[in-house]
Each structure stands twice: as C-alpha cells, then as structure tokens.
Write a protein that binds this ligand. Structure first.
Ligand SMILES: Cc1cc2nc3c(=O)[nH]c(=O)nc-3n(C[C@H](O)[C@H](O)[C@H](O)COP(=O)(O)O)c2cc1C
Length: 348
C-alpha cells in the first residue's frame, strides 16, 4: 500500500502488522459486537447542511476544554497496553499528542509509568479504574497530580469487564515483559487486571474524588440524560458520552444517538465530550454540531501506533485535523465554536 491517506488505510495496515490475538483485543467488542458496528454506522445517518459565501480565510480548528486550548477538537482516548501495539507505546503516543497540541488520556493500564509519559510534554489526563485497594487509588491520583496531569477521568461503564469473545477464541494473553506500570506487574490478562477493579463504585465516590483529588473529574461512560444530570449534581467537571467503543454492554445505542439527550440534560453547565466510532474529521464535526465540546478517539490512534509507532500516531492526528479543517470551511465555519445543530440533519 502507498502512504496511508485515512484512518481506514491505517486500520488495514495495523491488521497486517499485529498478531491475531493483539488485533482481536484492539479491534474487538463485546458479545455480538452490535454496538461496535453501530457506533461507526451511526455517524453516516447524520448529514451536513452547509452554508456558503462565508469568508473562511484564516479559519481555526482550536477549542478550549477545561481551560486548556487544544490544536484540534479531538483528544486521544485512554487505551490499555500500548507497548503491545508498538515499542514506542504510550511515550510515542504522548509525543504525537504534544506536537498536535491535544490531550492524551493515559490509561490506568498504561504500560509506561506515569512520570515517563509526563516527561514527553503533552497535555495529559489520567484515566482511573477505581480499584478495590483504596491506597492504590490514592497513590495513582497523587502521582497524576504530581506529574502534571490536569484531569482525572473516571471510567464509569466498567464495574466488570465486558464479555469479549474474540479474546476467548484467540486465547489472548499479554506477554510477561509488557508490564502494567500502575500495578507493577507484567503478563496480566485484561480479566486478571479487572479482578482488582471495584464493582461497587457509586455517585458517592464521584463526589469524594471531586472533592479530594485536586483535579477536575471527567466521567467517561455516560449514556443517558438521567446520568448526565446526576454527573453535574455530583461535581463532575465534564462528561464523556461513551459506550467504551462497544467493549462493555453490547446492544446499547451508538453514542452520537445519545449525545442530544445528554447535552440537553447538562444544559451548558459543564462540557460534554463524546467518543465511539469516530474515524473521520467529519464525524468530529457532526459531534460538535450536536453540542459536544470535543471528541475522543481510541482505535484510530492504535492503528497509527501499530503501523508506524509515534510517527503513525502523529500522521493520524494530522489527517484528522486536516479533515476537520476542510469540513469546517466547507460548512461555512471559521471555528469549531460556530457549529450549530442547524449544520446537520438526520438522514431519515
Ligand atoms: C484496545 C482498547 C483499549 C481500551 N482501554 C481503555 C482503558 O484502559 N480505559 C478506558 O477508560 N477506556 C479504554 N478503552 C475505551 C476507549 O477509551 C474509548 O472509550 C473507545 O474505544 C472509543 O471508541 P473508538 O475506539 O471507536 O474510538 C479502550 C478501547 C480500546 C479499543
């Protein structure tokens, strides 16, 4: 293949590069993968309503999220075990994020220590799966704060691990030399790591983290207006409308279909972010038109990392930024803030 020109090209290359177990882990979803497919398909059910004869010279792609200006309205979602995709791992992803001027969310299951990721100089948030071990939670949050992470992402859609059948079929395991830095242990399967995660986290804990963490708390995995409302009430600084990329409860709706009700419930009090199935700059622009402040993507950056390490992630970010820039201009917008629900319409 010639130089990849979009995320789908990178996906094909990553599939050729990764061994079947790792590919299944990164690409797969839960159960019948209904939600995995739906997340991607749903973006195509929204179409654009462009406005013309607007001067779009000097248009920008920058947005501000929790007080930080980003070069594009797209963050890097947390992804576990990145050194399994490429030896550059999380440090490579962080350098690419730094150069694009965006936030990298560093997973609890990072295979590179938090201080080493921090040393690459990107904007960064830390994603926490709340462990049964309170001391471990405290120590990870303290490390994040000390190393300049500016947000604490609590993933709330994973009290237990989703049932991922691809991993059962391939007999997926992680090699012992890939160490989960936060646990100081190598060779853990996702199921073994999750056995340490608490299934008992509630809104009370959200409030506790919001008061004690010393970092803005971002709740990732909100899927209803009811929970979006409660997130604001319990002190969240932002929410991410997310179904974990179709990897947790199969059969939930695509995130773009959940966004409007969550935006309405939040009513402008905190920023609403979204992830799930974003493969194009046009998907990001549709999300912003429907009220998201910014979007996140996970697999596109995994495909970049697996294919070309740091350079692959950097290129995927550049491709998506360019797609966002061109789509904004063709819609008659000079900045992401100008996007409105009137810029999109549902196909049906
Ligand atoms: C391989 C893989 C690993 C992931 N690891 C984590 C994780 O450690 N923590 C977390 O909160 N979400 C994790 N996610 C979910 C992503 O952060 C994100 O919500 C979702 O994948 C977005 O959908 P997309 O992959 O279609 O962009 C993971 C997703 C994938 C694909």
């Amino acid at each position: 293949m010639r130089t990849p020109v979009n995320v789908a090209d990178y996906e094909r290359l990553a599939k050729e590069t990764l061994d079947p177990g790792a590919w299944g882990y990164y690409a797969g979803g839960a159960g019948d993968e209904l939600t995995l497919r739906e997340n991607e398909a749903a973006w195509a059910r929204w179409c654009f309503r462009p406005r013309v004869l607007v001067d779009v010279a000097g248009a920008a792609t920058t947005v501000t999220v929790l007080g930080q200006e980003l070069g594009l309205p797209l963050l890097i979602a947390p992804v576990a075990f990145q050194r399994m995709a490429h030896e550059d791992g999380e440090a490579g992803t962080a350098r690419a994020a730094r150069d694009a001027g965006t936030i990298m969310c560093v997973s609890t299951m990072t295979t590179t220590p938090l201080d080493e990721v921090a040393a690459q100089g990107s904007l960064r948030w830390f994603q926490l799966y709340v462990f049964r071990d309170e001391g471990l939670n405290r120590s990870l949050v303290d490390q994040a704060r000390e190393h300049g992470y500016t947000g604490l992402v609590l993933t709330v859609d994973a009290p237990v691990l989703g049932l991922r059948e691809r991993d059962l079929r391939t007999g997926f395991t992680i090699s012992p030399d890939i160490t989960v830095a936060s646990l100081g242990r190598g060779g853990l399967t996702p199921l073994e790591a999750f056995a340490m995660v608490s299934p008992s986290v509630t809104w009370h804990d959200v409030e506790r983290f919001a008061i004690e963490a010393g970092l803005p708390v971002v709740l990732k995995g909100i899927q209803t207006a009811e929970d979006a409302f409660l997130a604001v009430e319990h002190g969240a600084a932002a929410i991410v409308v997310s179904n974990h990329g179709g990897r947790q409860l199969d059969g939930v709706r695509a995130t773009i279909d959940l966004l409007p009700e969550c935006v309405e419930a939040v009513d402008g009090r905190i920023p609403v972010l979204i992830d799930g199935g974003i493969r194009r700059g046009t998907d990001v622009v549709k999300a912003l038109a429907l009220g998201a402040r910014a979007a996140l993507a996970a697999r596109p950056f995994v495909w970049g990392l697996a294919t070309g390490g740091e350079a692959g992630v950097r290129h995927v970010l550049e491709l998506l930024r360019e797609e966002i820039r061109v789509s904004l201009a063709l819609l008659g917008c000079t900045s992401p803030e100008q996007l409105r629900p009137e810029h999109v319409a549902r196909r049906d």
